[in-house]
Design a protein around this ligand. Structure first.
Ligand code: NAP
Length: 284
C-alpha cells in the first residue's frame, strides 16, 4: 500500500518557513512583502482561489490586496493598473487570476507585468530562464510538485518521469524542472500513441490532464510514485483527480490524494515566490 504524500502538512511547513523569513525581512529592512491580485468577473472558482490566496497571505504576514473588476472591464483600464502596480514598491508580486473573459487579451496583459513581479512565473523571460537553468520566478504548481518529491526524498536523478499533460502552467515547466533534476522525461498529450504503455514505464508519474479517472490503476508500475495534479468535480460535488486512486494506491510506493496533495502546495509556493520577489527587489 502506498504512503500518502501529505501536501497539506508540507504546505503548512513551507508557510511557517515563509512566515519566519517575512519577519526577518521586516526586522532587517522594514520591508513587508506585498501581493496584488487582479480578479475579473465573479467566476465562483476564481473567487474561491483568490480568497484562499488572500488567507494564505494573512497567515504568513504578506500584505495583499485584491483589485476586483466586473467582467466588462476594458483592456486599457487593466493595462493602466498593471503599469501602476509595476511601479508601486508596496507590491512585490502581481498575479492576474486566470481565466480572464474572452473579451480581454490575456497574454498581452500577462506580458505587461514586470518580470521581477511575475510571481506566477508565466512570463516568457521567466520561462526562458527556466529553460536555460537560470535563477528566476518559477511557476507555482510544478515548484510545489518538485518540493513534494524533495521532502519525501523521492529519488529523481535517473528516474523515468512520465507527465500526462503539456500545458504552459503545469506539464511543460515541470518537464524542464525534472530534466534539471536529471530525470528522463516523457511528456504525453492527447496525440500520444499508447498512453497506457508509456505510463506503465513510469518510475514517477504526474497526471495533469484534467480528466477524471484517465489514468487506470493497473497502468501504474509496481512501486511508482504517483502525483495527481488533476482537479475535477464529480456530479455529486466531490473533488477527484486524474488517477483511479483506490487501485493505484495498491501498486504505488507514494501517492498524492485529491484534495490535499498538490493543491495546497501551489498556494504555499505562491507565498514563497512573493517572499523571494520581495527579497530580490530589496537587494536591488
Ligand atoms: P490544460 O491546459 O487543459 O492542459 C491539459 C493537458 O492534458 C493538455 O496538454 C492535454 O493535451 C492533456 N490531455 C487532456 N486529455 C488527455 C488525454 N485523454 N490523454 C492525454 N493527454 C490529455 O490543463 P492544466 O491547466 O495543465 O491543468 C490540468 C489539471 O490540473 C486540471 O484538472 C487543473 O484543474 C489541475 N490543476 C491543478 C492545480 C493545483 O494546484 N493542484 C494547478 C493547476 C492545474 P493536448 O495538449 O493535446 O490538448
Amino acid at each position: 500500500m502506498a504512503q500518502i504524500i501529505d501536501g497539506k502538512s508540507v504546505a503548512l511547513q513551507i508557510k511557517l518557513e515563509v512566515k519566519e523569513q517575512v519577519e526577518r525581512l521586516k526586522a532587517k529592512y522594514s520591508v513587508i512583502p506585498g501581493l496584488a491580485v487582479i480578479l475579473v468577473g465573479d467566476d465562483i472558482g476564481s473567487v474561491t482561489y483568490v480568497r484562499n490566496k488572500q488567507k494564505a497571505c494573512d497567515d504568513v504576514g504578506i500584505h495583499s490586496r485584491t483589485f476586483s473588476f466586473s467582467s466588462d472591464v476594458g483592456q486599457k483600464e487593466l493595462e493602466i493598473l498593471i503599469n501602476e502596480l509595476n511601479h508601486n514598491a508596496q507590491y512585490n508580486g502581481i498575479l492576474i487570476q486566470m481565466p480572464l473573459p474572452r473579451s480581454l487579451d490575456s497574454r498581452s496583459l500577462l506580458n505587461a507585468v514586470d518580470p521581477e513581479k511575475d510571481v506566477d512565473g508565466l512570463l516568457p523571460s521567466n520561462v526562458g530562464r527556466l529553460v536555460i537553468g537560470e535563477e528566476a520566478l518559477y511557476p507555482c504548481t510544478p515548484l510545489g510538485i518538485m518540493t513534494l518529491l524533495q521532502r519525501y526524498e523521492v529519488p529523481v536523478s535517473g528516474a523515468h518521469a512520465v507527465i500526462v499533460g503539456r500545458s504552459n502552467l503545469v506539464g511543460k515547466p515541470l518537464a524542464l524542472m525534472l530534466i534539471a533534476a536529471n530525470a528522463t522525461v516523457t511528456l504525453c498529450h492527447t496525440k500520444t500513441r499508447d498512453l497506457p504503455g508509456i505510463v506503465r514505464q513510469a518510475d514517477i508519474l504526474v497526471a495533469a490532464a484534467g480528466r477524471p479517472g484517465l489514468v487506470r490503476g493497473d497502468w501504474i508500475k509496481q512501486g511508482a510514485v504517483v502525483i495527481d495534479v488533476g482537479i475535477n468535480r464529480s456530479p455529486n460535488g466531490k473533488l477527484t483527480g486524474d488517477v483511479e486512486f483506490e487501485q493505484a494506491e495498491k501498486r504505488a510506493s507514494f501517492i498524492t490524494p485529491v484534495p490535499g496533495g498538490v493543491g495546497p502546495m501551489t498556494i504555499a509556493m505562491l507565498m514563497r515566490n512573493t517572499l523571494v520577489a520581495a527579497e530580490r527587489q530589496t537587494r536591488r
